[in-house]
Design a binder for this molecule. Structure first.
Ligand SMILES: C[S@@+](CC[C@H](N)C(=O)[O-])C[C@H]1O[C@@H](n2cnc3c(N)ncnc32)[C@H](O)[C@@H]1O
Length: 268
């Protein structure tokens, strides 16, 4: 199952790629209307859930990976969020239980995005809003760095890290908006969110060592000497990416889409 890759990596995820995913949280919150009942899908270490609770949402959150849920619960402390371990496409919530649903970088990690979206539509009340983000497929500064390391060392990710043909969708504004429309959502709008991600080089590398994302897949598949070569190649390149604050700076963008569950005549 796609979520096996997330087992036991909550702490390095939070320091590396979790910090990256958290960059879109302010824009996700902007899309939400007045606070009500929110479900945060694939909550990871809880970035969206915790921020939404702080601005007044009554938050439920779930993740397929138990250690992510445990980490998020500890981090959330007294925020009053109800966390559970659960996996799309089968959720333990009644029909129409939520005013809003957020899925920050989750639809790009599940095996069956259409079945997942059907389930999210089920738990959303008519008129309720879904906000989802995914990474675009085009070249990014982080993607370029990973490609250079791979080309220099010959350590490529194993094949098959993409969804099967027919399950996948284009990682663009049009692709994500089209997927939401296809899955019965209305008033679909999609846009690009731009930001600079600042991250400590060792913390980012801890995510690679934990086997996260495309560079992590390549690292996990490499032997010990190739892993050492990858780290040396990384250390050689990071000074050019480092700002005055001593952190790596990456100018990045994400695709954000927002849509509502339409109100049917039978709902009134
Ligand atoms: C890239 S992380 C995003 C986490 C979080 N939303 C954030 O912004 O940091 C993807 C998350 O989706 C979870 N996940 C993967 N497949 C899932 C599924 N079928 N159902 C629920 N969660 C899933 C993973 O365990 C992981 O925590």
């Amino acid at each position: 199952m796609a979520f096996a890759e997330w087992a036991g990596i909550a702490a390095p995820y939070d320091r590396s790629f979790g910090a990256l995913c958290a960059c879109t949280v302010p824009e996700v919150l902007v899309e939400l209307a007045a606070a009500g009942r929110l479900l945060d899908v694939g909550t990871g270490t809880g970035s969206v859930a915790i921020s939404a609770a702080r601005v007044g949402w009554a938050v439920d959150a779930f993740d397929a990976e138990r250690s992510m849920v445990d980490f998020a619960m500890q981090r959330a402390d007294a925020a009053g969020i109800r966390f559970v371990t659960a996996a799309l496409p089968h959720l333990p919530y009644p029909d129409q239980a939520f005013d809003a649903v957020t899925a920050n970088f989750v639809l790009n990690h599940i095996d069956h995005p259409r079945a997942g979206l059907a389930e999210l539509r089920r738990v959303l009340r008519p008129g309720g809003r879904l906000v989802a983000t995914v990474w675009p497929w085009e070249a990014t500064p982080t993607g370029r760095l990973w490609r250079e390391l791979q080309d220099e060392t010959g350590a490529y990710p194993p094949p098959g890290t993409r969804l099967p043909e027919g399950s996948d969708f284009d990682r663009s504004e049009e692709g994500l908006a089209g997927l939401l429309a296809e899955c019965g959502f209305a008033e679909v709008r999609a846009r690009r969110v731009h930001f600079t991600w600042r991250v400590d080089a060792d913390e980012l590398w801890s995510g690679v060592e934990a086997g996260i994302a495309v560079m992590g897949y390549a690292y996990a598949a490499a032997d010990a000497s190739t892993r050492a070569a990858l780290r040396a190649a990384y250390d050689a390149r990071t000074p050019a990416l480092t700002g005055d604050d001593g952190l790596l700076h990456f100018g990045l963008s994400a695709v954000l889409a927002s849509a509502v569950r339409p109100v049917q005549k039978s709902d009134s």
